[in-house]
Design a protein around this ligand. Structure first.
Ligand code: MCN
Ligand code: FES
Ligand code: FES
Length: 907
């Protein structure tokens, strides 16, 4: 141990520290300054940025022995406090810079150092700064962060008053459609919002820290587990294996279709006799500190008999491949699509036909916050599990039997989260925490490091697709044939639902009267497939959108005009035979057309030597909801202090459940004079909040929004005195009226798709987008730069413009990553953010244009549709099409890394 004297945020601290400990851990663990976050813990994300003697430093990578005595350190807490915010923090709130907010303290600290050095930076200098300091954001697409720095700089220079950075309430009282900042924004930008790892540092002293013993091979039989050495390690309280699990020791996918050949009970909590994928948990060590737990975990000996590992669907489908789950074929689910007439004869007589093979890869979610959770027993003896769950009620039912608990013996709570992008639609560590708490009777904490985040959470499932179009010579689509194979990793949960997305979204956006096709889900030994923003649409639509361009070329037609001819209009049906609820695509293409023509001209003029410029477009469509008659519940109550609480389990990954709930309710309740600052929301907790369903499938604004609207309308009606005035809480009580109202919604027009034909009305509301990408390809290196992205979007009426803009920018940025760099194919190489191709600021264009067509959705609250997944439906197809337009390289196998572009150029 060494003693250090540090000046932190103007206060001298004399502290005793381990010289090998990181500054980030000392700030957070010893000094309680949890505003400094730890994301990657590998100097790659900037979440831990602090200023030391005027320089930005990533404190996770700085050992205490290297910190100079008397160093002047500024953390986010020293930049500004909630009641005295720095202009950067004000600007972050105003521009919606904090979505999940996990990166915000690091960015703001970094920007503070920039402005201290240069109070008049250009936008490019701001971008260079964040690039140099490795500040990474997964939610915002960076643009609003640069906007915020530019505004804050004006205040620092004295050209703008700080008050101008405060949101002004619109005069007409309604905040619907406005840029009202989300209620959690101030806590996020000041580092005062506690995320899972922050909360776990504040747990009681008898809390145990867990570490996992994980498989380091992808497929094996387990012959024995020897925990004896680990049990003797310092600080160890217990080493738990499958035999310590009281229940079924399985997590179930719950909603498997009857045609699924498995039983849905294929995912162990702790592996018993087999390892199914790299990283599978075999044992849990519970100890006094995380360090001791991890050291002991390394001493557990696992005797394995390695088996052939099937690392992709094609290998797992081979004749001689072993069944990964003995008794269940590796191809365990198939779903056909049959719409209209047989397509064979149509293809034979068609004027034109095109065919292509496509692949969209294993995109990793890469939230900045790695997975984290804790568990303990509540006063009533209930096992409480806090995590990043985005489906608390769903996950409770998925894990309870495995733990041997009745559902009412367990409660799941969602912590504030640093992004999930869908990986938390699957339970990750919840059941492991449950096992540890049940076996030890103590509070337990489990934190994944970034390596575990990458290697042992679900990933986007790779799809291999073959699609064909038949068309008339005027470009009218006549038929489609499709075949798709989904590599879902070893666990079946939601795999069939994902595969069904191929039925629903290959060819979406176009009226294709006749379709035949077949999709299949394949069990493999690579990372298990979990939901990822877009959920099947980025795979499905990549195929049909690149094929549309191939068809346009064959017909000698412009790609935009070919799409214009075929998009949904009155009388059209989508691939599942459902009439679209709105027909906005023609209008959206009309809006894009002049911009597209100008972009083509600009590209032609701008190409120079090896630097070829090109323009590509694509259409994106996705549904809002869980297939069929999706349902949600929410409550509205008036409180003693005359504030209103909206109770729901709308989980907030970072997308904005807080403002989603409040904005939707306020549009009803402002009539009673309730201002948004007098409205509260709830953090999801199965014991105290209603079952609003998971925050996936871009369903919450529509489903939970409708339930909130219903509850709010009932509350408003009860408050209404009938003379234009409204009751207070006390007047409600005096009048004998309830103060809490239950709201419900069921999407009654929704029907499940037929198992034989895929026909049905799976969603009552859809989102529509038209993407345009402008790129430069360096034909000497194969490197692609995205210069500009444009999105014309119809997500119905907009609840909160700040949120929706932010969703679009952030989703497009993930689409650029999907198109060009992101992958998790190579378990070791792709186990870090940088290794997996995380897009930093310079990879994302500053020029991103958003245009909206707000068509009222009759089934959405106040006309709103969903939004979260639209921006990641198909931006990558526009980029691939732009690469072709630039240089003639058709890359249909993503990501389009330079070597693939060069290879395609040769062909
Ligand atoms: N919204 C709006 N107006 C509309 C539609 C939506 O203002 N017409 C707002 C909503 O109020 C909400 C947000 O947009 O704040 C997204 O709403 P919705 O589309 O209903 O989606 P969910 O709330 O169900 O969120 C999930 C969705 C999904 S499925 C993924 S994955 C995803 C996403 O949202 N993960 C995200 N966006 C994300 N954003 C961040 N920052 N982090 C994630 O992990
Ligand atoms: Fe330190 Fe990522 S750079 S946590
Ligand atoms: Fe930047 Fe979520 S707001 S990572």
């Amino acid at each position: 141990m060494i003693q250090k004297t540090l000046n932190i945020n103007g206060v001298e601290n004399n502290i005793i520290v381990d010289p090998e400990e990181s500054l980030a851990n000392v700030l957070r663990g010893q000094l309680g300054l949890t505003g400094t976050k730890i994301g990657c813990d590998q100097a790659q994300c900037g979440a831990c940025s602090v200023i030391i003697n005027g320089k930005v430093v990533r404190s996770c990578a700085l050992k205490m022995k290297k910190v100079a005595d008397n160093a002047l350190i500024t953390t986010i807490e020293g930049v500004g406090q909630p009641d005295n915010m720095h202009p950067l923090q004000l600007a972050w709130v105003l521009h919606g810079g904090a979505q999940c907010g996990f990166c915000s303290p690091g960015f703001i600290v970094s920007a503070k150092a920039l402005l201290d050095e240069n109070d008049n930076p250009t936008r490019e200098e701001v971008r260079d700064w964040f690039q140099k300091n490795r500040n990474a954001c997964r939610c915002t697409g960076y643009k609003p962060l640069v906007d915020a720095v530019m505004d804050a700089a004006k205040v620092v220079r004295g050209e703008m008053k700080a008050e101008e950075l405060l949101f002004k309430l619109p005069e007409e009282s309604s905040i619907w459609g406005s840029k009202y900042p989300r209620p959690t924004a101030v806590a996020k930008v000041t580092g005062t919002l506690d995320y899972g790892a922050d909360l776990s540092l504040k747990m009681p002293n008898d809390t145990l820290h867990c570490a996992l013993v994980q498989a380091e091979v992808s497929h094996a039989n387990i012959k024995g587990v020897d925990t004896s050495e680990a049990e003797k390690m310092p600080g160890v309280f217990a080493v738990l294996t499958a035999k310590d699990v009281k229940g079924k020791n399985r997590i179930t996918g719950l909603i498997t279709f009857p045609t699924n050949k498995g039983d849905g009970w294929d995912r162990p909590i702790l592996c018993e006799d087999k390892v199914f994928q790299y990283g599978d948990a075999i044992a849990i060590v519970c100890a006094d500190t995380e360090k001791n737990a991890r050291a002991a975990a390394a001493k557990v000996k696992v005797d394995l008999e390695e088996l052939p590992a099937y690392m992709n669907a094609i290998d797992a489908m081979a004749e001689d491949a072993l069944e990964i789950h003995p008794g269940t074929p590796n191809v365990y689910y198939e779903c056909p699509i049959k719409k209209g007439d047989e397509t064979g004869p149509i293809f034979e007589s068609a004027d034109v036909a095109v065919e292509g093979d496509f692949y969209v890869g294993r995109q990793p979610h890469m939230p900045i916050e790695p997975d984290v959770g804790f568990a303990y027993f509540g006063e009533d003896g209930k096992l409480m599990i806090h995590s990043k769950s985005i489906g608390v009620h769903l996950h409770l039912l998925m894990i309870a039997p495995g733990l041997g608990l009745e559902p009412d013996q367990l409660a799941l709570v969602a912590n504030p989260m640093g992004g999930t992008f869908g990986y938390k639609f699957s339970p990750t560590m919840e059941a492991l925490l449950g096992v540890a708490a049940l076996a030890t009777g103590r509070p337990v904490v489990l934190r994944y490091n970034y390596y575990q985040q990458q290697t042992y959470t679900g990933k986007r499932s790779p799809w291999f697709m073959n699609v064909k179009f038949a068309a008339d010579k005027d470009g009218t689509l006549k038929a489609m044939e499709s075949d798709w194979t989904v590599d879902h990793g070893p666990y079946s949960e939601f795999g069939d639902l994902l595969t069904l997305r191929g039925v629903q979204f290959i060819g979406a956006g176009y009226n294709i009267p006749n379709i035949r096709g077949m999709g299949r889900t394949v069990c493999t030994n690579h990372a298990w497939g979990s939901a990822f923003r877009g959920y099947g649409s980025p795979q499905s639509e990549f195929a049909s959108e690149v094929l549309m361009d191939m068809l346009a070329e064959k017909l000698g037609m412009d790609p935009l005009e070919l799409r214009y001819k075929n998009v949904y209009r009155e009388g059209s049906t989508n691939p599942t035979g459902q009439a679209p609820e709105v027909y906005s695509l023609p209008e959206m293409l009309d809006i894009l057309r002049p911009k597209y023509k100008a972009a083509l001209e600009k590209a032609k003029a701008g190409s120079n030597g090896n630097l070829k410029k090109g323009v590509g477009i694509s259409v994106g469509v996705y549904g809002c909801g869980l297939d069929g008659p999706d349902t949600s519940e929410a409550w509205a109550s008036i409180n003693e202090d005359d504030t209103v609480t909206i109770h729901s389990a709308w989980e907030d990954h970072g997308q904005g459940a807080d403002i989603g709930a409040i904005g939707t309710a306020h549009e009803v309740l402002y009539k009673a004079g309730i201002t948004p600052d007098r409205m509260r929301f709830t953090w999801p907790n199965t014991a105290t909040t209603p079952n609003s369903g998971p925050a996936g499938g871009s369903r919450s604004q529509v489903m939970t929004g409708n339930a909130i609207k219903d509850a709010s309308e009932k509350l408003l009606a009860a408050m209404d005195k009938g003379d234009g005035t409204y009751r207070t809480y006390q007047e409600m009580v005096d009048a004998g009226l309830e103060t809490k109202y239950v709201g419900n919604f069921t999407a009654n027009a929704g029907t499940h798709c037929d198992a034989e034909t895929g026909q049905g009305c799976p969603f009552v509301v859809y989102m529509y987008g038209v993407f345009m990408s402008e790129v430069t390809v360096d034909t000497s290196t194969g490197e692609t730069t995205v210069d500009k992205m444009t999105l014309v979007a119809d997500v119905g009426k907009i609840n909160n413009k700040l949120v929706v803009d932010g969703q679009m920018w952030g989703g497009i940025a993930q689409g650029i990553g999907l198109a060009l760099t992101e992958d998790f194919e190579d378990i070791q190489k792709h186990s870090t953010m940088r290794g997996a191709g995380f897009p930093y600021i310079k990879q994302i264009p500053d020029d991103m244009e958003l245009l909206y067509v707000e068509t009222t959705r009759k089934d959405g609250p106040h006309g709103a549709g969903g939004t979260g997944e639209l921006p990641l439906t198909c931006p990558h197809a526009a980029i691939s099409n732009a690469i072709y337009n630039a240089c003639g390289a058709r890359v249909a196998h993503l990501p389009a890394r330079p070597e693939k572009v060069l290879e395609a150029l040769k062909n």
